[in-house]
Design a protein around this ligand. Structure first.
Ligand code: PGA
Length: 243
């Protein structure tokens, strides 16, 4: 089974979502070893869920972020309880845009990961090195630190999914090479097997598109992909699902 996850980021509106699902209403031939996930912006989650139910598409719907407190005076935040109320399937935590633009650190992300895993939703926890870190030969140190700190004292790990997203490959059109992907995924898998649990899925993210999906999915220890830009265009996302 390969997970093909769409991260819509801060994109799409009602009209664009309608067009997206009109396409999927007419194009429903999916390889049967594919599991499709979609993470719309918060305000469209319910709408997308209703669409998927109405069209009888077996896509899992999730959120791109959440806060770790249950409720209270946290203006602008969304709790795990609220997401649970929508009956959704997963939450993405620690995307590099959350880390770098919104300054979310490992300590905060660890609280969020634990909170999501305490619900029955899956948690897609994102890690990845920046270009300068790779160039300085620090890739594995960074991945280790992000895994150690982000997953400190986690329980209920059966719902944990890791996404390896090298920051320099996100939105740049420049995906990591097969060798870079396999090295990183093997490192992550070894860490997880030793310290967390065996056989947790590891997704690759960063400039995944119809042209490179088959090659990326053929890499060792790649259990799926997290797709940004190319997931906004139904035709492209369909090709990626079936890649
Ligand atoms: P991209 O984004 O596919 O546009 O590179 C991937 C991601 O940020 O998850």
């Amino acid at each position: 089974m390969k997970i093909i996850a769409a991260n819509w980021k801060m994109n799409m509106n009602f009209n664009e979502i309608n067009n997206f699902f009109n396409f999927f209403d007419k194009n429903r031939d999916f390889k049967n070893d594919r599991k499709v996930f979609i993470a719309p912006p918060f305000v469209y989650i319910q709408y997308v869920k209703d669409k998927v139910n109405k069209l009888n598409l077996s896509f899992e719907i999730g959120a791109q972020n959440c806060f770790y407190e249950d409720k209270g005076a946290f203006t602008g935040e969304i709790s795990v309880n609220m997401l649970n109320d929508l009956n959704i399937d997963f939450v993405i935590i620690g995307h590099s845009e959350r880390r770098n633009i919104f300054n979310e650190d490992d300590y905060l992300l660890n609280k969020k990961v634990k909170k999501v895993l305490s619900s029955n939703m899956k948690c897609i926890f994102c890690i990845g090195e920046k270009l300068e870190e790779r160039e300085e030969g620090k890739t594995f140190d960074i991945l280790k630190k992000q895994l150690e700190n982000g997953l400190k004292s986690v329980n209920n790990v059966e719902n944990l999914i890791i996404a390896y997203e090298p920051v320099w490959a996100i939105g740049t059109g420049k995906n990591a090479t097969n060798q870079q992907i396999e090295e990183a995924h093997t490192f992550i898998k070894d860490f997880l097997n030793k310290n967390v649990a065996n056989n947790l899925p590891i997704l690759y993210g960063g400039s995944v598109k119809p042209e490179n999906i088959t090659e990326i999915l053929s890499c060792n220890n790649v259990d799926g992909v997290l797709v940004g830009g190319a997931s906004l265009v139904a035709e492209k996302f369909y090709k990626i699902i079936n890649g």
